[in-house]
Design a protein around this ligand. Structure first.
Ligand SMILES: [Zn+2]
Length: 201
């Protein structure tokens, strides 16, 4: 049973923590050593030195398409209300059972800000207005995460397929020992510090 509770409500039941690699996607991802075929003509890819910098790229042996691989882009929000931040508990991997804030991949053709608002609505049932850029987080071989601060316009807290609990948490109530991603910790530390308080995690 999924639950969504706001400030002052009783806490969600404990979750089963898991840091294991996603069973469905752990062995299937795009990387220079995993891509095999050209997405345009289905020709075989070969790693070749490509000018002008002569870095090695996957190049189609048939149509010469250069398959540049770049980091994916994630847009997220830190929804704020009455000095609290809205956290979501993930019910899928990666990070099943761990906490983060709303966010997800930016779709092709979509702006980063539109994606942040859309993902927040999909994951929490709340419509938000972005109030400023919080920060950008980048790590080797990981998506680039763009996080905005946001205020709630309307809607009712509603979980989705990706989370099983939503809670408004004050800085002292953030579960530092059970956060999903390095960017979650960094962003929340900066959010707490921005409020003039000392992060505990
Ligand atoms: Zn090709």
């Amino acid at each position: 049973m999924t639950v969504a509770r706001g400030a002052g409500g009783s806490r969600c039941p404990p979750a089963c923590y898991s840091r294991s690699v996603d069973a469905d996607h752990g062995h299937r991802f795009l990387a220079p050593h995993t891509i095999k075929f050209c997405p345009l003509c289905a020709g075989t890819l070969a790693v070749q030195s490509v000018p002008p910098d002569h870095r090695e790229q996957a190049v189609c042996t048939r149509c010469r398409f250069i398959f540049y691989l770049n980091p994916k882009l994630v847009a997220g929000t830190i929804p704020e209300r009455d000095g609290r931040v809205l956290l979501t508990r993930r019910s899928i991997n990666p990070g099943r059972g761990l906490w983060t804030f709303p966010g997800g991949f930016v779709d092709f053709g979509e702006t980063v800000t539109d994606a942040a608002v859309r993902e927040t609505f999909e994951e929490t049932g709340l419509r938000v207005e972005l109030t400023g850029l919080h920060n950008v987080y980048s790590y080797p071989a990981a998506p680039v995460i763009v996080v905005y601060r946001a205020k709630v316009i309307d809607g009712a807290l509603t979980t989705c397929d990706e989370n099983d609990c939503l809670e408004w948490r004050a800085p002292a109530e953030i579960p530092w020992e059970a956060l999903a991603f390095p960017s979650t910790r960094e962003a929340l530390r900066e959010w707490v510090a921005g409020r003039g308080e000392m992060p505990r995690g």
